[in-house]
Design a protein around this ligand. Sequence first.
Ligand SMILES: [Zn+2]
Length: 276
Amino acid sequence: MKKTMDAVILPHRLLLIVTICSSLVVDASFVSTSMSCGAGDMDMSMGNLIPMRREVHGDGRILDITHRYTKDMPSWLSSNGIGQFLWLPNSMKNGSITNNSEMKLPTHTGTHVDAPGHIFDNYFDAGFDVDTLDLAILNGPALLLDVPRDSNLTAQVMKNLNIPKGISRVLFRTLNTDRRLMWKKEFDTSYVGFTNDGSQWLVDNTDIKLIGIDYLSVAAYDDLISPHQILLKSTEIILVEGLKLDDVVPGIYDLHCLPLRLLGAEGSPIRCILIK
Ligand SMILES: [Zn+2]
């Protein structure tokens, strides 16, 4: 009798697990979750192969603060997102022995890093590309901070944040995160960022060498160029833009950011994680 009951109940359990995992995958683009569905959670024989897509790894110890690259992610001044950036010219369905995709992507797309050559042509000519960025700055203890939601990052705001001397990496979480701008296809010029005086204050009064921000530019739209110039002039400060800072508790983490070694490129997609 027991055997018969198990035989009846088990498929329902499996169906439930697969259903939960399916809804997690759908939601994964929109919410961070510490839950995960692993291959061990499902019955491979059912034909429902559902891969894991996680925002958090290792039981909550590793937080992925990189945005997933999709055709609908925002692109500078575009109302239609980045569009198709990935193709599969060689596909197994068409007789290739493997699948081999190709991509074409502006280097300042999604979560990415700016090198000094982005804003200074003489630095560009001299070779200050993403390959020259210091991994010792891109990796190390970082402070995730919430900033006031009613202002750009001005000198006054920076002063009020009281960032201690000696802090060399700061991730600024702003209204951009609350407005979920990085999740919106349409580029939004009303994002917040550094003003001229805010960036000058940072250079003059802090030891910050890595600035992280939660939209596509570290500089406010109305002050677009000069904050970049102020921050990148010394070639000692690295700008990481388009970070995914949703659902992360403010505080100190170990930050790990690794750009691609694109020789001659003044920007690169970058994978950034926080480790508790
Ligand atoms: Zn950039």
